[in-house]
Design a protein. Structure first.
Length: 102
């Protein structure tokens, strides 16, 4: 199992990675369930620490592999009232993927 670290974010943001989480086939094939759980837990801890983060979070393993976590909706959009709860349930997700899957 590789050791993963979160790379510094490029800018601050208002993303909370609180919607449904989707993992691509590449992530499921390349990472163990423990590695995925570590990244998700670290991501959510960072969100709480910073009270919102950039929509793109990068992780790198000690063997040089990278993982991207991309959130779909800013908190201000969720709070805007533009979408019904049903629409938000469909639109509020984030994805974990390898860079070559983008």
């Amino acid at each position: 199992m590789a050791t993963w670290k979160r790379l510094p974010q490029e800018c601050r943001g208002e993303y909370y990675f609180s919607g449904h989480a989707y993992m691509t086939r590449g992530i499921q094939d390349a990472l163990s369930p423990e590695e995925i759980a570590f990244i998700v837990a670290d991501l959510h801890a960072f969100v709480q620490q910073e009270n919102g983060i950039d929509y793109l979070q990068l992780y790198e393993s000690d063997d040089g592999h990278r993982v991207w976590c991309i959130d779909q909706l800013r908190q201000s959009i969720k709070d805007s009232g533009e979408f019904t709860p049903e629409q938000l349930a469909e639109l509020d997700y984030w994805t974990m993927l390898r860079p070559d899957e983008y």
